[in-house]
Design a protein around this ligand. Structure first.
Ligand SMILES: [Zn+2]
Ligand SMILES: [Zn+2]
Length: 435
C-alpha cells in the first residue's frame, strides 16, 4: 500500500470515529430527554460517547433507534381513533415521542397525555393549523397551507390568543361545511346536515373528510378518493373556502406563544418556494421533507437553502386503508431528532417561564386550569402533592426539563415569589377533575 493510500485510509478512519463520536453525543442528548422519567437507557454520558473505548456500546445503541412520530390525528379532528387509542397504537409501533397534531384543535392533548403515562411515551402537545398563503395578505385570496405547531409540556404561553385563532377557524369550518352541502345538493348529491354531524361527533368541527365519509355512506360515491376527485378537491365543484388566517400570522403567533412552527407537506403547494421564503422571514423553524411513507422528497435542498429543519411524520388518520402509513413509519434520522430538540427545548423553556411568571405575579386570581391545561400529574401521585405555588412550578417543569434548566435563575426567582403561596386542595381539584 502506498503512503498516500495509507494516509487516506487513516484519515477516513479518523473521520468515521469523529462521526460516530458526534452521533454518540447526539444520541445521548436525545435519549436523556426521551427517557428521563421512564425506563432509563444504559448509563452513558457525553464523555463516554467520545471515548473510543465505548464505540462498540454506541454502535449497539445506534441500532436501537429512538422513534418520534411528529404528525398524527385523532377523532378530535378528522382522524378515526380516540386520542388514547392513537397513543396505544403508537406505543405498539415502538414510538417513544408522539406529537398529536389534530387540525385546529388541541382538545385531544390531555387525553393523550393521560394515556401515554401508562406506556412511558412523551406527548408533544401539537396542532396542525389551517391557513392561507397570500403574498400581500389580500383577504379572500391565496392557497391553503397547513402549519404544524409543537409546544412544550406546559403548552402554549398566551394560550387564549392561540385558542381564539383556533376557535375562529373551527367556526369557519361549520360555515364552510354548510356551503359544501349546499353545493352538493345543487349537484344532486344530497347530504343531510344531521348525517354529517353524526359522523363528526359532538363538538368536532367538520372537515372535507367528514363530508366525503357522508357521501360514501349515502352511496353517492364508492370511496373517499372518488369524493375528492369528483367533488371536494381544491377548486372542485363542491369545494368551499373557509375563513382561515394568513399563514404569515399563524407563524408569528406560534412564535409568540412559545412553539416550533413547521410547514406541513410542502409538496401539496402550488408555489412552495414563495411560501417557504416568506414564512422563513417571519420565523418558520422547520418543514416536512419526509413523506408519510418515510421517503425523502426533493424538498430537502429547499430546506437547506432556507436553513429549515427537515421533519416529517406519518400524518396518520386511522382510516385503515392498506395504503395508509402507520404511526412511527417515518424513521427520522438521529441528527434530525437532535436538531429538533436543540431548537425546541430553549423555546419551550421560555414558554414555561412566561406561563409561570404570569401565575407568580397574581397567583390568587389566576386559575390553575389556565396554567395546568397540559400538566397532568401521574395518577399515583394524585392531587395531594400540590400544596404550594412552589409545587406547581416543580410540577410544570416535571421531567421535560433537565436539572440545569430547572435550576435556572428565573425559575428560582419564580419559586421564591411563590414560596408563601398556599394552594388549597379544593382549588387544585377543580381543574384536574373537570377534564
Ligand atoms: Zn395537512
Ligand atoms: Zn395532518
Amino acid at each position: 500500500m502506498g503512503n498516500k493510500k495509507r494516509k487516506e485510509k487513516n484519515h477516513h478512519k479518523k473521520q468515521k470515529r469523529k462521526a460516530t463520536g458526534e452521533q454518540g453525543l447526539a444520541l445521548s442528548y436525545v435519549q436523556d430527554w426521551v427517557f428521563r422519567d421512564s425506563h432509563p437507557p444504559p448509563p452513558s454520558t457525553a464523555a463516554d460517547a467520545v471515548n473510543h473505548d465505548f464505540l462498540p456500546q454506541v454502535a449497539r445503541k445506534l441500532a436501537d433507534p429512538v422513534v418520534f412520530e411528529l404528525h398524527s390525528h385523532s377523532n378530535r379532528s378528522d382522524g378515526f381513533l380516540a386520542p388514547a387509542a392513537v397513543v396505544e397504537r403508537a406505543h405498539r409501533n415502538g414510538v417513544h415521542v408522539l406529537a398529536l397534531t389534530d387540525h385546529d384543535t388541541m382538545a385531544g392533548i390531555p387525553e393523550a397525555i393521560e394515556a401515554a403515562q401508562k406506556y412511558g411515551i412523551r406527548i408533544i402537545p401539537g396542532v396542525e393549523i389551517s391557513a392561507v398563503y397570500s403574498p400581500r395578505l389580500e383577504p379572500g385570496t391565496g392557497e391553503p397551507v397547513h402549519i404544524l405547531a409543537y409546544y412544550g409540556s406546559s403548552g402554549p404561553s398566551r394560550y387564549e390568543d392561540l385558542d381564539n385563532l383556533l376557535s375562529n377557524i373551527r367556526d369557519g369550518r361549520y360555515l364552510r361545511a354548510k356551503n359544501m352541502l349546499l353545493k352538493l345538493n345543487k349537484l344532486k348529491v344530497p347530504i343531510k346536515w344531521e348525517h354529517l354531524t353524526k359522523i363528526t361527533g359532538d363538538g368536532v368541527a367538520p372537515g372535507r373528510v367528514h363530508v366525503a365519509r357522508a357521501m360514501v355512506e349515502a352511496g353517492h360515491v364508492e370511496n373517499l378518493r372518488e369524493a375528492f376527485n369528483r367533488y371536494l378537491h381544491d377548486g372542485g365543484p363542491a369545494y368551499a373556502v373557509g375563513t382561515e388566517p394568513f399563514a404569515q400570522d399563524v407563524v408569528q403567533l406560534i412564535h409568540d406563544t412559545g412553539g416550533i412552527a413547521a410547514l406541513a407537506h410542502p409538496w401539496a403547494l402550488k408555489n412552495p418556494v414563495a411560501v417557504i421564503r416568506s414564512l422563513k422571514a417571519i420565523g418558520l423553524h422547520a418543514m416536512e421533507v419526509y413523506r408519510s411513507d418515510g421517503k425523502a422528497t426533493g424538498f430537502g435542498e429547499l430546506a437547506d437553502t432556507y436553513e429549515l429543519l427537515k421533519l416529517g411524520g406519518s400524518d396518520y388518520h386511522g382510516r385503515g386503508g392498506h395504503d395508509e402509513s402507520d404511526l412511527g413509519s417515518v424513521n427520522l434520522p438521529l441528527a434530525t431528532l437532535y436538531g429538533f430538540l436543540k431548537m425546541a427545548r430553549p423555546v419551550w423553556c421560555n414558554a414555561a417561564k412566561d406561563i409561570l411568571l404570569n401565575f407568580a405575579e397574581d397567583p390568587y386570581n389566576t386559575s390553575l386550569e389556565k396554567i395546568m391545561r397540559f400538566v397532568i400529574p401521574r395518577k399515583s401521585k394524585g392531587c395531594t402533592t400540590v400544596n404550594s405555588g412552589k409545587d406547581i412550578v416543580d410540577l410544570c417543569l416535571s421531567s421535560w426539563f433537565s436539572n440545569d434548566e430547572k435550576e435556572d435563575n428565573e425559575f428560582e426567582a419564580i419559586r421564591f415569589m411563590l414560596a408563601d403561596t398556599e394552594i388549597s386542595k379544593k382549588v387544585m381539584q377543580v381543574p384536574l377533575s373537570s377534564r
